[in-house]
Design a protein around this ligand. Structure first.
Ligand SMILES: NC(=O)c1ccc[n+]([C@@H]2O[C@H](COP(=O)([O-])OP(=O)(O)OC[C@H]3O[C@@H](n4cnc5c(N)ncnc54)[C@H](O)[C@@H]3O)[C@@H](O)[C@H]2O)c1
Length: 322
């Protein structure tokens, strides 16, 4: 396939680009480098260093005969979305709609959206499947859900085929390819814990030890970034085969508490993670675990790097080199 990857210089997008190349697909990247790194682009891959809203994206789609778009480009910070929501409605929702204008007018038929578990809001049951109500509790999740709804309308009206892939907590790295997580600011638990263990940042605060979970700390579902990439390839093949558009959760179905994550980082690094324990933080659900049964059944996708130890080991190997 001939694939355009937006946000292909970011954390997940850069892994996606390598995964597509390994699977034999042709890749083009659009990334404005607002949060990405041009040094992730493999030799021979064309990087168009502009915004997804730029009219040149349409020309690129036509000139390079793109048949599928993977849309990773986005703002990604929940806290920022609470403080300054218009950034999220402008740069995630409105920009996504403009990108879809380019996609439709260029005649591209397949679109895969990086969506998120944040579309569900507070879990009403767990594990969370795709039938769970979608009631986001922050503008980040709202912006993604709204774009999913746009896609559903466009699928019905214009015959666009789409998959909205709702990731839980992306983690891990692909050290052999020189890729890993480089967010600034970093807000994700595992890289923060690892960097704290390696002495690269101040001690971590764990927010809340009195949740109704086995050890009192929050439980999350960590999914390896390479498994996420594999899921996108599966989604592209599924859509190309005429599969029905829709949303799919991507997670391992295994929950790990903050204390378990700390213990795992300590085991892998052989160092103590300096932590302090604080009050609960507003907006953190106690447990967020995916049911990815639909992705397994429909896309044939199962994570093959699902152990927390493997995810943490890969992330550590990358972060230790930074
Ligand atoms: N990291 C996670 O745990 C996680 C979980 C759920 C969903 N997601 C989604 O996955 C996607 C990728 O996340 P990530 O962690 O790789 O983020 P990232 O910030 O590392 O990558 C995003 C990339 O998009 C680029 N970009 C942003 N806005 C752009 C624009 N308007 N035009 C062109 N390029 C633009 C940035 O420069 C960056 O390279 C996002 O859509 C995010 O919402 C991530």
């Amino acid at each position: 396939m001939r694939v355009l990857v937006t946000g292909g210089c970011g954390y997940i997008g850069s892994h996606m680009v390598r995964c597509l190349l390994h699977a034999g697909h042709d890749v083009t990247i659009v990334d404005d480098l607002s949060a990405g790194f041009a040094d992730t682009v493999p030799a021979g891959v064309h990087l168009a260093p502009f915004d997804v809203r730029d009219p040149r994206v349409r020309e690129l789609l036509v000139d390079r005969e793109i048949d599928s778009v993977l849309h990773f480009a986005s703002r990604i910070q929940v806290g920022e979305s609470m403080r300054d929501p218009r950034l999220y409605f402008r740069d995630n929702l409105a920009a996504g709609i403009t990108l879809l204008e380019h996609v439709l007018s260029a005649g591209v038929r397949r679109f895969v959206l990086s969506s998120t578990a944040a579309v569900y809001g507070y879990p009403q049951y767990t594990p969370i499947d795709e039938a769970h109500p979608t009631l986001p509790i922050n503008p980040y999740g709202e912006s993604k859900l709204a774009l999913e709804r746009v896609l559903a309308s466009y699928a019905t009206a214009y015959g666009l085929s789409y998959a909205a892939l709702r990731y839980f907590n992306a983690a891990g790295a692909w050290t052999d390819e020189g890729l890993g997580e480089r967010h600034d600011p970093e807000t994700h638990l595992l890289p923060l814990l690892i960097d704290a263990a390696l002495g690269k940042r101040a001690p971590m605060t764990v927010f809340g030890t009195d949740y109704d979970t086995p050890d009192g700390t929050c439980v999350r579902d960590y999914v390896h970034v390479r498994d996420l990439s594999d899921a996108h390839v599966a989604a592209l093949v599924y859509l190309a085969d005429g599969g029905e558009s829709g949303a799919f959760n991507l997670g391992t179905g295994q929950g790990h508490s903050v204390r378990e994550a700390i213990a795992c980082v300590e085991r892998v690094t052989g160092k103590t993670v300096p932590v302090s324990y604080g009050e609960r933080r507003a907006g953190d659900p106690p447990v967020l675990v995916a049911s990815a049964a639909r992705a397994a059944r429909v896309l044939g996708w199962r994570p093959s790097r699902a152990s927390l130890t493997e995810i943490v080991s890969d992330a550590c190997a990358w972060l230790a080199r930074q």
